[in-house]
Ligand binder design. Structure first.
Ligand SMILES: C[S@@+](CC[C@H](N)C(=O)[O-])C[C@H]1O[C@@H](n2cnc3c(N)ncnc32)[C@H](O)[C@@H]1O
Length: 317
C-alpha cells in the first residue's frame, strides 16, 4: 500500500506516487494487462507490430524501442513478426521473466522521467510509445466561481479541493494550448506541459531517428471542457483515486507535442497496416487451417483500423 502523505496534494504529485511510487499501480505484478486491454495485446498486437515494422522500414530504422512496454506484449508480437530486428523494452519494472532472450530491457523511473539513453547504442532507432503519455501525470486546474484558474489538490481517496494559481510555466502553456476565453466556473484544464517536456526528452536521446506516440487525445478546437482524468481497475472505468490500486489516465493534448506529422490510427493503418481484406474462400477448401489463420489476421487488422482505438492519434516526431 502507498503511504498516506497527508490530507491532499496537487494532482500531479499524488498521481506520480500512485502509479510509480513504492507499491504504485504500475509496479503491481499483474501489470497493465491485468486491468485493461490495449492494441499491444493479443491479435491486435500482431497487427500493430506489422504496421510498426513498416514504419521502421520506410524510415530506415535499425532498431525498435518500446517505451512504456508493459510486460513486453508488443515486443513479443514484434519478435514473432521479425526474428532479426533489434528490440528494446523500457518500463518501470525489472525485465519480465517471459521476455525472449533476444529482446533487451531497460528499467525506467516512471512518469515524465525517462533514462538519458534509450536506444541501446543503435543509431537510427524507432521509439514507440503506445498509451504512455496519457499516464504521464500532469497538473489539473479548475476555473473557480470568480473565473480564476486554480490548481486542484486531491487526497488519498480522490476528494478534490481548489488551491492556489498554477505555476507561471503552466499558465503560459494554458494560454497557448488550452485557451479559456469562454470558460465558466467548473471548467477544467489538464496541463500538458510535462508530457511535452517528456516527449522532448525522448526526441533528444542519442540514436532516436523517429519517435511515435500513439494515444487518445484532443486538439485545441476540441478540448474537453470538464477534462478527461479517469481511473481504471479490473477492466472497469472508475473515478480517479490516487491510492495505487487504480490506473490514472488523462487524454493527451496531442497538438502541443513536438512533432512533424500527426494522423489518426485509422489513417496510419491505411498507410502502414496489414490488409483488412478477407482471404479467398477457395483457401477454406484447399487449406482450412491457413484460411482460419488468414480470417483471424484480417479481422484483427480491421478491428485495429476501424474499432474502438481507430480515433487514437499517431504523432510522429
Ligand atoms: C497504459 S500502459 C501501456 C502499456 C503498453 N504500452 C501497451 O500498449 O499495452 C503505460 C505503461 O507505461 C509505463 N511507463 C510510465 N512511465 C514510464 C517511463 N517514464 N518509462 C517507461 N515506462 C513508463 C507504465 O509502467 C505502463 O506499463
Amino acid at each position: 500500500m502507498l503511504a498516506d502523505d497527508g490530507p491532499d496534494r496537487p494532482w500531479a504529485e499524488a498521481w506520480q506516487d500512485a502509479l510509480y511510487g513504492e507499491g504504485g499501480f504500475y509496479q503491481r505484478p499483474e501489470g497493465p494487462a491485468g486491468h485493461f486491454t490495449t492494441a499491444s495485446h493479443g491479435s491486435l498486437g500482431s497487427v500493430l507490430a506489422h504496421a510498426l515494422l513498416a514504419v521502421a522500414a520506410e524510415r530506415d530504422c535499425d532498431a525498435i524501442v518500446d517505451l512504456g512496454a508493459g510486460r513486453g506484449e508488443l515486443l513479443t508480437a514484434l519478435r514473432a513478426a521479425d526474428a532479426d530486428v533489434p528490440l528494446i523494452g523500457i518500463d518501470v519494472i525489472d525485465r519480465p521473466k517471459s521476455l525472449a532472450p533476444s529482446i533487451d530491457w531497460q528499467s525506467s523511473p516512471g512518469g515524465a522521467t525517462v533514462p538519458a539513453t534509450i536506444t541501446g547504442g543503435h543509431r537510427r532507432a524507432l521509439v514507440v510509445a503506445n498509451e504512455w503519455l496519457d499516464v504521464v501525470p500532469c497538473p489539473i486546474a479548475d476555473v473557480d466561481e470568480g473565473g480564476a484558474l486554480r490548481e486542484v489538490a486531491v487526497d488519498h481517496e480522490g476528494r478534490e479541493r481548489l488551491t492556489g494559481p498554477l505555476s507561471e510555466a503552466d499558465r503560459a502553456w494554458v494560454e497557448r494550448w488550452w485557451p479559456l476565453d469562454d470558460a465558466v466556473p467548473g471548467d477544467r484544464v489538464e496541463v500538458g506541459r510535462p508530457r511535452d517536456d517528456a516527449w522532448a526528452c525522448v526526441l533528444a536521446a542519442p540514436g532516436v531517428a523517429v519517435a511515435l506516440a500513439i494515444d487518445y487525445g484532443h486538439v485545441r478546437p476540441l478540448r474537453p471542457r470538464l477534462g478527461t482524468l479517469a481511473g481504471y481497475r479490473d477492466g472497469a472505468l472508475t473515478a480517479p483515486i490516487p491510492d495505487g490500486r487504480h490506473d490514472l489516465t488523462a487524454h493527451v493534448a496531442v497538438d502541443s507535442l513536438p512533432q512533424v506529422e500527426r494522423m489518426t490510427q485509422r489513417d496510419a493503418l491505411a498507410r502502414w497496416g496489414p490488409p483488412t481484406a478477407q482471404p479467398p474462400i477457395e483457401l477454406a477448401r484447399t487449406d482450412p487451417a491457413a484460411y482460419l489463420a488468414a480470417i483471424g489476421a484480417s479481422s484483427a487488422a480491421y478491428n485495429l483500423r476501424h474499432g474502438g482505438t481507430a480515433d487514437f492519434w499517431w504523432v510522429l516526431s
